[in-house]
Design a protein around this ligand. Structure first.
Ligand SMILES: Cc1cc2nc3c(=O)[nH]c(=O)nc-3n(C[C@H](O)[C@H](O)[C@H](O)COP(=O)(O)OP(=O)(O)OC[C@H]3O[C@@H](n4cnc5c(N)ncnc54)[C@H](O)[C@@H]3O)c2cc1C
Length: 389
């Protein structure tokens, strides 16, 4: 249904990406997983940059492809089906520039958006999560509130001086710029939050611990430390104290990107299990001919399809500037479950070799585990939906 709402040109683009990543990225997925993020391998990012796929929704006037949200999630599903870690690094770009697209100034857009459309391998990062102490989010009386952020800022003339930590930042060590939420220390609650975008080379910004993850291993993830970083007005997004509003607007827009990565993982796990079930002989015939196996595959295909429709619906609502809050969170829940359940069932169908390290099936399961938490756990999204009921 939704596929028919994208243009022929966008459909061709999605198909081009499918072929490209099948040929160039999928064959390296096991290697990327084994390498982890110790020495970031730029080859996949080079390829995406060359085809202007680092952040497909960046408007054409800034050199981007200017495609809608729905087309972008289809592209991310294709990349994730080849390698979820590469898709996570690319999706972090859209996360980083999303507040700029909705609320940035012309000068900010020119400075940062064009970095991701130049044809050169560049990455952006979005830093919201904190570890010490946690970003304090509360859902009370049907109101979602971000109470504080442990990165704090105080005004010094017209500049913000910021200090603190962010954690798990995808592209933090290898990116060129970072978008983050800051708590203004003299104002309380919602009006005391600010979003800023900063070159990662700014004095006072440094990389802390590199996070060794069990899944999405291609993408680099780390702690970022801010020490008396001087934020000039040109790096401040929106009016003073507008951070909460911009964050909530963008949360709905960002979540379907993570959901699309889950779809890619679920699809790859399902397709692997289907192919193997038709080749693997058990008691003289392919395991697919056992209804226990073929019915399980039908259930997997149906679950994947339902999850995909939920991601498409959320993205379609965003493209039509309609309220997508519930749909975005529901897409995250359904696609996260699909990735988890399908990759687990797929291992069972593939059998013993699925449990051998380096075989794709075990990578899908580890990637799926990470995806259920990235961009908010199922419980967090349920609490967002419940607040809106
Ligand atoms: C690989 C990876 C990459 C990431 N990349 C980034 C990034 O680039 N930028 C960034 O800012 N962050 C990033 N994150 C952080 C990620 O988005 C958070 O880990 C996630 O949102 C969960 O937040 P938390 O870790 O603070 O867990 P918490 O919010 O503390 O949740 C912990 C657990 O508590 C439970 N819980 C949470 N909320 C509720 C609730 N309302 N009701 C009931 N139970 C609840 C759930 O079981 C949840 O799993 C990344 C994380 C990982 C693992």
């Amino acid at each position: 249904m939704f596929r028919s709402t994208i243009s022929d040109q966008d459909r061709d683009l999605v198909m081009m990406v499918r072929d490209l990543v099948r040929q160039e990225i999928a064959p390296k997925a096991v290697l990327y997983d084994a390498q982890g993020n110790e020495n970031f391998d730029w080859s996949a990012i080079d390829l995406l940059a060359e085809h202007n796929l680092l952040a497909p929704s960046i408007p054409r006037e800034y050199g981007g492809r200017g495609v809608g949200h729905l087309t972008t999630v289809m592209i991310y599903e294709e990349i994730a089906a080849a390698c979820a870690g590469v898709a996570a690094a690319a999706a972090a770009n859209m996360h980083a520039v999303s507040p700029l697209i909705t609320s940035g100034t012309e000068a900010q857009r020119q400075e940062f958006l064009t970095q991701l459309t130049s044809g050169k391998a560049r990455l952006g990062a979005l830093a919201m999560t904190e570890n010490r102490p946690n970003l304090n989010i509360s859902v009370e009386n049907s109101q979602v509130e971000i109470l504080s952020s442990s990165v704090t800022g105080h005004w010094q003339d017209d500049c913000l001086i910021i200090n603190g930590f962010k954690d798990y930042v995808v592209n933090g060590q290898v990116g060129s710029f970072i978008t983050l939420l800051v708590s203004l220390d003299h104002i309380e609650k919602k009006s005391g939050l600010q979003i800023v975008i900063l070159p990662l080379s700014l004095p006072g910004i440094r990389v802390g611990a590199i996070r060794q993850k069990i899944g999405l291993k291609y993408c680099n993830s780390c702690e970022i430390i801010f020490e008396n970083v001087k934020v000039e007005p040109r790096y401040i997004i929106g009016k003073p104290g507008s951070g909460f509003l911009i964050f909530m607007q963008n949360l709905d827009r960002m979540v379907p990107y993570a959901s699309a990565i889950s779809l890619g993982v679920a699809r790859a796990a399902y397709e692997t299990a289907l192919a193997i079930s038709k080749k693997r002989y058990i008691m003289g015939r392919p395991s697919f001919e056992e209804s226990a196996v073929s019915f399980a595959l039908v259930d997997m295909a149906a679950q994947l399809n339902a999850a995909r429709q939920s991601v498409y619906l959320a993205s379609w609502l965003i493209d039509h500037e309609l309220d997508s809050s519930q749909a975005s969170s529901k897409s995250k829940i359904l696609s996260g479950r699909a990735a988890h359940e399908i990759s687990s069932k797929a291992m069972e169908i593939v059998g013993g070799r699925a449990y051998i390290k380096g075989y794709p099936s075990e990578i899908y399961l580890r990637d799926a585990e990470m995806l259920s938490i990235v961009d908010g756990s199922e419980q967090f999204h349920k609490s967002l939906i419940a607040a809106l009921l």
